[in-house]
Design a protein around this ligand. Structure first.
Ligand code: 5GP
Ligand code: MN
Length: 339
């Protein structure tokens, strides 16, 4: 985002505006943290601001300041459509193609509002009036910090904003350990703690609220772990029956794929989760080093994301999806074994 664009946005925000902020479907910590962080910032300047999420999100994200103001598109569609139709400005955060919002795709595409994209995923679509896209950023939350900074408002960051932004940076960096974590990420996180983010409490709220059933589901996932040593690959499956028997709730499988990646000598990890309601297999892919799961997912599983973390889906059965995955591995053999 260049100086002229920042000047334009500053000008735009100098008078009261009707603003809608939207993250991707199945919002994660970065999606909720960035939308609420931006919400608190814009609210402070007296804009009329609404966060609209496409659908529900895990309970472990429902404690963030501002959480009870969030509107869910799938259960409040008419109100949300009216807000989007009347919006002057639409911020799209943590995604870069309208189809990533599921059922909100058409209403967003038809919106006449000025669109501002803030996002760190690969291969952005070209819908935004102003596009702040940087695949080297750890998280959209880190970008919101830069955005507020570029607007000259760093002093407006209070404990609510700091808490939301800290949360998304923490979750998208795997608690500051993934490759995307830079010295700058740490400098920003240090600032956020100084501005009121309670890091120990945030960590506790996100990671230490497991139910007994969720830990048992993790046990089931780990028991299902399979290894393909010649491709330095490990994968996990969870069928709908298994999910049901452990009382599955949204978010219960978050992070499970990382156990597969933690296996020694593993470069590529996947989890295949059966979703009978949507009639798909939801896939999460993770990698180490230069092996790109974004490319693998785009090529074979109708998805995408980042180099080392991507998602996708399959319309085949669980068994057939796994068989397809195994069948494509030989074509990546060189990349996996060179890494
Ligand atoms: P997860 O595996 O945790 O669902 O997603 C990993 C990363 O890939 C996240 O940054 C997420 O936003 C992105 N992602 C997940 N599913 C998709 C998808 O279907 N398409 C694209 N383009 N990105 C995805
Ligand atoms: Mn993100």
């Amino acid at each position: 985002m260049n100086k002229a664009e920042i000047t334009n946005i500053k000008q735009l925000l100098s008078t009261q505006k009707k603003i809608v902020i939207v993250p991707h479907k199945n919002p994660d910590g970065d999606a909720i943290g960035s939308t609420l962080g931006l919400y608190h910032y814009l609210n402070k300047s007296n804009h009329d601001v609404h966060v609209i999420v496409p659908n529900d999100y895990p309970t472990f994200l429902k404690w963030m300041p501002g959480n009870n103001t969030i509107l869910k598109y799938d259960s409040n569609t008419n109100t949300c459509n009216a807000l989007i139709d009347n919006a002057d400005i639409l911020f799209t955060l943590d995604f870069n193609a309208f189809h990533r919002t599921g059922n909100m795709e058409s209403v967003l595409a038809e919106s006449k509002a000025i669109k501002i994209m803030i996002d760190h995923h690969q291969a952005p679509d070209n819908y935004a009036t102003y596009m702040f896209s940087d695949v080297h950023m750890s998280s959209t939350c880190e970008m919101i910090y830069h955005f507020i900074d570029m607007l000259g408002d760093i002093n407006l960051i209070d404990s609510d904003i700091a808490t939301c932004l800290y949360t998304g940076i923490m979750t998208d960096t795997g608690s500051f350990r993934f490759l995307c974590t830079t010295s700058e990420t740490h400098r920003i996180v240090a600032q956020l703690i100084e501005q009121g983010a309670n890091n120990a409490e945030i960590h506790n709220n996100i990671y230490d609220t497991n139910s007994y059933k969720r830990l048992q589901l993790l046990g089931c996932a780990l028991a299902n772990l399979k290894v393909i040593p010649e491709s330095r690959t490990a994968y996990i499956t969870l069928s709908q029956d298994e999910l049901n028997s452990f009382d599955y709730k949204k978010g219960d499988t978050e992070g499970v794929v990382n156990y597969a990646l933690s296996l020694n000598n593993t470069i590529l990890a996947a989890i295949f989760i059966e979703d009978k309601q949507e009639d798909i297999i939801k896939i999460s892919l993770r990698s180490k080093g230069s092996f790109s799961v974004n490319e693998l997912s785009r090529a074979h599983f109708n998805g995408g994301g980042h180099k080392n973390a991507a998602g996708g889906r399959s319309d085949l059965s669980l068994d057939d999806t796994v068989a397809k995955f195994i069948s494509i591995l030989p074509s990546y053999s060189k990349a996996l074994n060179d890494e």
